[in-house]
Design a protein. Structure first.
Length: 294
């Protein structure tokens, strides 16, 4: 296991992902060109892009480890609010990136390190964000290849975070797009004894396997095994916040899920873009910080 890359190195490492992930994420993930969303964007009806808070980022500790669960080397990064550090024994929120992303996406695409500091400065109790490579298009569940990012999270990454001094007995999960779905799936599978709270932005949800993006599942059986619809009982006592832009291709499915579960958040002006996720991130982090503290 290696440690302690600088924040500058982390930013440089993910520079390519920014170009590919931010500009094309809606088309790649949804498999469609959302016509109304593009028109509303041109007309300025999808809402303004979120702008990173003008606050100092906190410390970032980075490294990698050989994952037996994924069968590959994975990178990770832990973000602390400004003024905090590893030995402060903070609670932790796992960060699950979207399709085409990696552990650097939270900082490079969303400026999560700055939003974390801003949330704490606004009164949220300090906590850490911990991002890790889940695979570019694995959708955060075990695949037929044997690659199992969900097991990597619980059996490998959480113990590593505990060694770093973070509190991992109950944790939060934050994700967007593919990672938003992954956050919900992890909570449904692990339950409230382990997952205190979930923040999902624009989760990639489909009602039918035939509607899913290519490669998201290994077939209809895999799709059904990893559903989040129809599992309201599995979310009991997990605090949920689910947000989605009204011009997002996943908006209808997200609206349907919100009728099944009790969740904060809602549907706002916005599309499937990093600008929308940045706009929602402050509220998401405030919610997660409160719930994992409780």
């Amino acid at each position: 296991m290696t440690h302690a890359l600088s924040r500058r190195s982390l930013l440089v490492a993910g520079a390519g992902a920014v170009v590919a992930g931010v500009t094309g994420v809606g088309l790649v993930e949804a498999g469609v060109v959302p016509g109304r969303g593009r028109l509303n964007d041109v007309l300025g009806l999808s809402g303004e892009d979120g702008v990173a808070p003008d606050v100092p980022p906190g410390a970032v500790e980075s490294g990698s480890f050989a994952s037996a669960a994924r069968g590959t080397k994975v990178g990770w990064a832990v973000m602390y609010p400004h003024g905090s550090q590893a030995d402060d024994a903070l609670p932790v929120v796992l960060v699950l990136h979207g399709r085409g992303g990696d552990h650097t996406s939270a900082i490079n695409d969303l400026n999560a390190d700055r939003y974390l500091t801003a949330a704490v400065q606004a009164g949220t109790a300090p906590f850490a964000l911990a991002a890790v490579d889940g695979g570019a298009d694995n959708y955060w569940h075990r695949r037929a290849s044997g690659d199992d990012p969900a097991r990597m999270l619980t059996a490998e990454f959480l113990p590593l975070l505990k060694e770093l001094g973070l509190r991992t007995e109950r944790f939060g999960v934050l994700g967007w797009s593919m990672g938003g779905y992954g956050a919900l799936l992890l909570a449904a599978d692990r339950g409230a004894k382990e997952v205190a709270a979930v923040g999902a932005m624009s989760p990639a949800l489909w009602h039918k396997a035939s509607e899913a993006a290519g490669g998201a599942y290994d077939g209809a059986d895999d799709f059904q095994r990893n559903q989040v619809f129809g599992r309201a009982a599995d979310f009991e006592d997990v605090a949920l916040r689910i947000d989605c832009g009204r011009d997002d291709p996943f908006a209808d499915a997200v609206r349907d899920l919100r009728t099944e579960v009790t969740a904060a958040g809602g549907l706002q002006a916005g599309a499937h873009t990093a600008g929308y996720w940045r706009r929602m991130l402050g509220a998401q982090l405030a919610f997660l910080g409160e719930k994992i503290r409780d």
